[in-house]
Design a protein around this ligand. Structure first.
Ligand code: ATP
Length: 268
């Protein structure tokens, strides 16, 4: 179905369309479609935009990724279907691997996601030959790559499962996530949570990284400057701020708008 650009819900409908295509092409699990529904509902309440809290978290995340010695980007079925080009651009800008790591693991789906990343120009793609396990998790969710997530010092894990995020934190890694739900276990376990839709957050992260790299190259910024950006960020405050928008934002947007008068019998 052709979605006209003039449709007021164009961006949201296109995102759904991409995910359904991703499912048809063997990238996204059916459970991923349901998980997207939860995210979409929260995005609706947040106003389907990058809030000031998300923008701050994105800047801190870009600084943390640039300061990392072994950054890795974890890619699941939703992310691989929605933003493969932006993930590839981010991994290439950071000169780091993107590792396919999925919750409902099948080798077929892993291989298709790796292909999608390679096809989008990602230089370092991992995931199809796992050789390590995260401690304390059952087998399919534990497998990962030794040169990737297992030995990373900083991991970007968008739309991650709470158990795995907690294990990564326990392993001493710096964990950055993108999750529209400020109440999820992942959002609360991570060091930096970007409460934003991956379709906005990942391209904006690419921009942040390239701006910070430009300033580093021009000598306007150094590693102490990156550290200063990270230290100025509080995940707790950021999650509270995002929750506050979910609580009050929709009512503020509706102020002054009255529902259409009831044309029915109204109980008479
Ligand atoms: P947790 O185990 O961390 O508490 P969960 O089990 O509630 O998480 P999952 O189903 O593992 O949730 O993951 C889906 C998460 O991803 C949800 O929090 C959902 O809000 C979020 N999400 C879904 N789609 C998007 C999207 N496009 N961008 C960002 N976040 C999204």
């Amino acid at each position: 179905m052709e979605i006209p650009k003039s449709h007021p819900r164009y961006a949201s409908l296109m995102t759904r369309h991409k995910l359904v295509e991703g499912h048809r092409n063997g990238l996204t699990a059916p459970e991923g479609l349901i998980a997207h529904g939860r995210g979409e509902a929260l995005d609706y309440l947040l106003g389907e935009r990058t809030t000031e809290w998300a923008a701050r978290a994105q800047r801190a995340a870009a600084a943390a990724l640039l300061l990392a010695t072994r950054p890795v980007i974890s890619v699941n079925g939703n992310v691989g279907a929605l933003v493969p080009e932006d993930i590839s651009a981010l991994a290439n800008a950071l000169d780091c691997p993107a590792e396919v790591n999925i919750f409902h693991r099948t080798e077929e789906r892993v291989s298709r996601l790796c292909q999608a990343l390679r096809g989008s120009g990602c230089v370092k793609v991992l995931g199809d030959r796992p050789d390590a396990k995260l401690p304390g998790l059952d087998h399919p969710r534990a497998v990962c790559c030794r040169d990737g997530i297992f030995s990373a010092d900083t991991v970007l894990v968008p739309l991650e499962d709470g158990d795995r995020a907690e294990v990564l934190v326990k392993m001493g890694k710096n964990v950055i996530t993108i999750d529209l739900n400020p109440l999820s276990r992942t959002a609360r376990a991570a060091h930096i949570t970007i409460v934003n839709n991956v379709v906005r957050a990942v391209p904006e992260l690419v921009k942040e990284v390239s701006e910070l790299k430009r300033d580093l190259g021009a000598g306007k910024l150094d590693s102490a400057g990156l550290d200063y950006i990270i230290k100025g960020f509080s995940n707790g405050e950021n999650l509270e701020g995002s929750l506050d928008i979910i609580r009050k934002g929709p009512l503020e947007r509706l102020k002054g708008q009255r529902p259409a008068p009831n044309s029915g019998t109204d109980g008479k």
